[in-house]
Design a protein around this ligand. Structure first.
Ligand SMILES: Cc1cc2nc3c(=O)[nH]c(=O)nc-3n(C[C@H](O)[C@H](O)[C@H](O)COP(=O)(O)O)c2cc1C
Length: 187
């Protein structure tokens, strides 16, 4: 089983990256070679917005190949569980991740992502985390992922989220849930 964690934040070592990585570390901690983990940060990646051309309806893939979207989308297609994180920007996901999500319209027509497990992760300084989670969960449910829960962290400066005990515990529980899923599937 392969678990892919993605942080949509432009801060490569920010709170979202740390929280997503915490979940992956909790899985790695079990030392099970049957479960592999991978982390991708969208920081510094070029992800152009969806142009709404609808050409993907026929091609079943985004027609733009010149930016980083395609390689990351291919990594999602390889995973069994996606842990998708975003910082709250004005009570919603950040623009970089929204661009990424919008382009996955091209994978929707033949439900390429359906059946995977999905975890929504958000970090906010104060308010807007719930709405950010709703957008992430809307993405996951539209693509017919099976929900494996959510983690909401609090933090402003990079690193703050590690002091959020509730989020750390939720991250640990999420790792355990993913490991349990693997054990159930393999028996
Ligand atoms: C453009 C921008 C918008 C933000 N909007 C919100 C917000 O609506 N609510 C909130 O609580 N924090 C907001 N924040 C703070 C971030 O959510 C917070 O610093 C978060 O920890 C950043 O995560 P990161 O380190 O993964 O980038 C905003 C920060 C930026 C830069």
């Amino acid at each position: 089983m392969h678990v892919l964690g993605i942080s949509g934040s432009m801060r490569p070592e920010g709170n979202t990256a740390l929280l997503v990585q915490k979940i992956l570390e909790g899985i790695d901690h079990h030392g099970m070679e049957e479960i592999t983990t991978e982390f991708i940060s969208l920081a510094g990646k070029q992800i152009l917005p969806c142009r709404g051309c609808e050409k993907c309806k026929k091609k079943k893939w985004c027609i733009f190949e010149e930016d980083d979207w395609g390689n990351i989308a291919r990594r999602i297609l390889e995973c069994d569980v996606l842990v998708l994180g975003s910082p709250a920007y004005y009570f919603d996901v950040c623009g970089q991740l929204k661009n990424f999500i919008d382009r996955t319209y091209s994978l929707y027509h033949d439900r390429k992502l359906a059946g995977r497990g999905g975890v929504a992760v958000a970090v906010c300084a104060d308010r807007g985390g719930e709405r950010t989670l709703e957008t992430l969960e809307g993405f996951l449910s539209t693509h017919e992922f099976n929900s494996m829960g959510y983690v909401l962290g609090k933090g402003y400066h990079a690193g703050d989220v590690l002091k959020d005990k509730v989020a750390m515990e939720k991250a640990r529980e999420t790792s355990e849930r993913i490991v349990r899923l693997y054990k159930k599937k393999s028996h």
